[in-house]
Design a protein around this ligand. Structure first.
Ligand code: 5GP
Ligand code: MN
Length: 339
């Protein structure tokens, strides 16, 4: 984001504005951390700001400071629409194409508000007046930190903002281990701890929330794990029956795909999760090294994301989705055996 744009945004934020802040559908730690971190920053400056999430999010994020102020579009369409209609500014965080907000996409598209995108996914759409896009960034939370710093307001970062931003950096980097984690990421994290983020408590809040039924579901997922050693690939399936059997709740399958990736020698891991209510198979792709799951998902499974972490979906059955996957894989034999 160039200096001239920052100074325009500074001018915009110089008087009280009605502001809506939106994460993507099925928001994760980075989506909720970045939107709530920005929310607290804007509220400190007397703006009328509201986070509107397209739909609900897991319990392990429901403790974030400001959580009680979040509107859920799916549950409260009329009031959400009123806020969008009144908005002078709309921040879209942790996504870069309206369709990632599901049912909210039309409202956002039709709104006349000035849009500001802050995001680290690949190939951003061109809908925002101000686009701060950087695919090298660990997380949108790290970018919100930079954004506040560019506005010369680092001193305004309080414990609530620090807690929200810490959470998203931590979740999007797998606790600071993925290769998007830089020395700068660690410096930002250090500063956030100095500003009052309680790191041990945050890790407890996010990660130590397992239920017995989730562990049983994990057991099922690990039993379903299949390995294709010659293509250095591992994949897991979970059917609707299996999810029902272990009382699946939103967020329960978070991180399951990483077990495949942690197998020695595996560089491509996938999980296919059936969702009969929405009539689709939700897919998560993860890789190590240069194999781009963003490209893979874009080409075959209607999704995208980052080089090493992407989502996708399929509208056929679980079985035929997996069959399709297995039939495509050999095309990537060279890439998968090289990286
Ligand atoms: P997950 O597998 O956890 O759903 O997604 C992995 C990453 O890819 C996340 O950063 C998520 O935001 C992103 N992602 C998931 N689905 C899509 C999609 O359809 N398009 C794009 N551009 N990114 C996605
Ligand atoms: Mn993110």
């Amino acid at each position: 984001m160039i200096k001239a744009q920052i100074s325009e945004i500074k001018t915009l934020l110089g008087s009280t504005k009605n502001i809506v802040i939106v994460p993507h559908k099925n928001p994760d730690g980075d989506a909720m951390g970045s939107t709530l971190g920005l929310y607290h920053y804007l509220k400190l400056q007397q703006h009328n700001a509201t986070v509107i999430a397209p739909n609900d999010y897991p319990d392990f994020l429901q403790w974030l400071p400001g959580n009680e102020t979040v509107m859920i579009y799916e549950n409260d369409k009329d009031y959400s629409q009123t806020l969008i209609d009144k908005a002078d500014l709309i921040f879209t965080l942790d996504f870069n194409a309206f369709h990632r907000t599901g049912d909210m996409a039309n409202s956002l598209e039709e709104s006349d508000a000035t849009k500001i995108m802050i995001d680290h996914h690949q190939q951003p759409d061109d809908y925002a007046k101000y686009t701060y896009s950087d695919v090298e960034m660990s997380s949108t939370c790290e970018m919100v930190y930079n954004f506040i710093e560019m506005l010369s307001d680092s001193d305004k970062i309080d414990a609530r903002i620090a807690t929200c931003l810490y959470t998203g950096i931590m979740t999007d980097t797998g606790s600071f281990r993925y290769r998007s984690t830089t020395s700068r990421t660690h410096k930002v994290i250090g500063n956030l701890i100095d500003k009052g983020a309680d790191n041990t408590q945050i890790h407890n809040n996010v990660l130590d929330t397992n239920s017995y039924s989730r562990f049983q579901l994990l057991g099922r997922a690990l039993q379903n794990l299949k390995v294709i050693p010659e293509l250095r690939t591992a994949y897991i399936t979970l059917s609707q029956e299996e999810l029902d059997k272990y009382q699946f709740k939103k967020g329960d399958t978070e991180g399951f795909v990483n077990y495949g990736l942690s197998l020695k020698g595996i560089i491509f891991a996938v999980i296919f999760i059936e969702n009969r209510q929405d009539n689709l198979i939700k897919i998560s792709f993860r890789s190590k090294g240069n194999f781009s799951v963003n490209q893979f998902s874009r080409s075959h499974f209607n999704g995208g994301g980052h080089d090493n972490a992407a989502g996708g979906r399929s509208e056929s059955t679980l079985e035929s989705t997996v069959d399709k996957f297995i039939s495509i894989l050999p095309q990537y034999k060279n890439e998968l055996s090289q990286t």
